[in-house]
Design a protein around this ligand. Structure first.
Ligand SMILES: Nc1ncnc2c1ncn2[C@@H]1O[C@H](COP(=O)(O)OP(=O)(O)OP(=O)(O)O)[C@@H](O)[C@H]1O
Ligand SMILES: [Mg+2]
Length: 459
């Protein structure tokens, strides 16, 4: 039987949006009786069950790639990635189903039309591609244009431009064997860029590179993509690479796409055990962002509540500090219990005067990697704020650690990271009472014992 289809697996996009690439019900079966194999697979047979009819490389793939997106196809060796990507540019014809590139149906095109699509719409970078050894870097990059009959002045000018984009300007006149592996790979990318197609297909394009260069290439690709707005379909079996590059990731298993989603979707909500196992070892710190792990900032008060309101909130939430927000919910800073208490005792109502404006704050899309140093240095949870400095949530250290270990914070005993001296409840109560207001009602929903010994979280 086929694995149960999950809603996360193959939901096509909104049909009213124009897509760079659209694949519907695509199958590729190599072998003696592909048609019969497709019929059986469509009825739910697995790859193994149709083995005698042929080798089912891709089974019922449907997905859309949005313009300007980096769409990653990930899966173990033999899962069908290369076969899938080769159907996109007409190198392989699907046994069933359709492929559209930029609104043109590749699967119905004549060989001449397929060549035309490849020339104008989609170019490909392979893992191992042959650079012409006797030609310079510049000539290698211009080669595709030469084949397409572009005149010499135009093609060399174009080649020079893209060589600049991949940072190889000074190597333009060198021969390929003078270049390192990473540089050669960049020549390959430059060659694909020179074609000026909207869609770039990359099949394990960085797999042959050593880790440091590979990381650099990944960063450069994201940068190039942002500057040029290309649509990129990128194949890898390296999960960290997939997570770093992908706007969305399609996970393949035994010929089928088992999940399509953003890196965060796939990490936090894997469609099945296979995907869950796959993502176990991922470098979460590089993938998850502040907004995906932040918690609601309960310990935040508007400036207008004054010292008494702030003190009462700290008492109820059992924290030693609270964030303070001003006009338009803009985050102004934070106040500490001791200072607030002093104000309350002195009858001073100007909370503004004691607001501490030094604290760590980050944008919602900040990667966890970039939160560690802040978390170490800051006694407070890190504040997550939007463009207008409004407080969206907080990332306490516990949450940061829990996210890395993929442990839900709620089921984990909260470790004491740092002893925090809080003013005792009775001190707070007596101060509030002595300064003339009704005694505090303890709200049973908050301030239970479980939250008393955190790092002074404002969470
Ligand atoms: N020309 C072919 N003839 C027969 N079987 C093929 C052919 N090409 C691919 N296959 C089979 O299809 C399946 C998928 O192969 P494919 O190359 O697409 O996998 P892949 O995910 O790219 O793997 P890798 O990570 O190793 O590159 C494999 O079982 C392979 O043996
Ligand atoms: Mg492959």
């Amino acid at each position: 039987m086929a694995p149960p289809q999950d809603r996360r697996a193959t939901t096509p996009d909104d049909p009213t949006v124009a897509h760079a690439v659209s694949v519907r019900g695509a199958y590729k079966v190599f072998g003696r009786r592909p048609g019969e194999a497709v019929r059986r697979l469509a009825a739910g047979a697995t790859r193994d069950e149709v083995r005698d009819l042929g080798s089912a490389a891709v089974i019922d793939a449907s997905f859309d790639v949005r313009p300007g997106e980096i769409f990653v196809v990930m899966g173990l060796s033999g899962s069908g990635k290369s076969t899938l990507i080769r159907m996109l540019n007409g190198l392989l014809e699907p046994t069933a189903g359709t492929v559209e590139i930029g609104g043109r149906t590749v699967t119905k095109a004549t060989p001449k039309e397929v060549r035309e699509i490849r020339r104008t719409s989609v170019s490909m970078v392979f893992q191992h591609f042959a650079l012409l050894p006797h030609r310079t870097v510049l000539e290698n990059v211009a080669f595709g244009l030469e084949v397409n009959g572009v005149d010499k002045t135009t093609r060399l000018a174009k080649a020079r431009e893209v060589i600049g984009l991949v940072g190889l300007d000074v190597w333009a006149d060198a021969k390929p064997d003078e270049l390192s592996g990473g540089m050669q790979q960049r020549v390959g990318i430059a060659r694909a860029l020179a074609a000026e197609t909207d869609v770039l297909l990359m099949d394990e394009a960085f797999s042959a590179l050593d880790p440091l260069i590979r990381r650099e290439m990944q960063e450069q690709l994201v940068d190039l993509q942002q500057r040029l707005g290309k649509t990129i379909v990128f194949i890898t079996h390296d999960l960290n690479e997939a997570m770093f590059l992908g706007d969305r990731i399609a996970v393949m298993r035994d010929g089928r796409i088992v999940q399509i989603g953003s890196p965060e979707d796939i990490l936090t909500d894997p469609a099945n055990d296979y995907v869950a196992q796959f993502v176990q070892d991922v470098d979460r710190a590089r993938v998850l962002t502040a907004s995906s792990v932040m918690e609601p900032a309960r310990a935040a008060v508007p400036l207008t509540v004054g010292p008494r309101g702030a003190l009462r909130t700290m008492r109820d939430l059992q924290t030693a500090a609270v964030f303070v927000t001003g006009r338009g919910r803009k985050l102004e800073g934070w106040v500490r219990d001791r200072h607030v208490m002093r104000q309350v005792k002195a009858g001073d109502t100007n909370l503004d005067a004691i607001v501490n404006t030094e604290y760590a704050r980050v944008a919602p899309d900040t990667a966890l990697t970039d939160l560690f140093e802040l978390a170490v240095e800051s006694p407070l949870p890190i504040a997550v704020v939007d463009d207008e400095e409004r407080l969206l949530g907080v990332v306490p250290r516990v949450t940061l650690l829990a996210a890395l270990g993929n442990v839900p914070t709620s089921t984990m005993p909260i470790p004491v990271l740092e002893p925090v001296t809080r003013i005792s409840d009775s001190d707070m109560d007596s101060t509030l009472a002595a300064t003339g207001e009704t005694p505090i009602q303890t709200d049973p929903a908050v301030g239970d014992a479980g939250t008393t010994t955190t790092e002074g979280d404002l969470a």
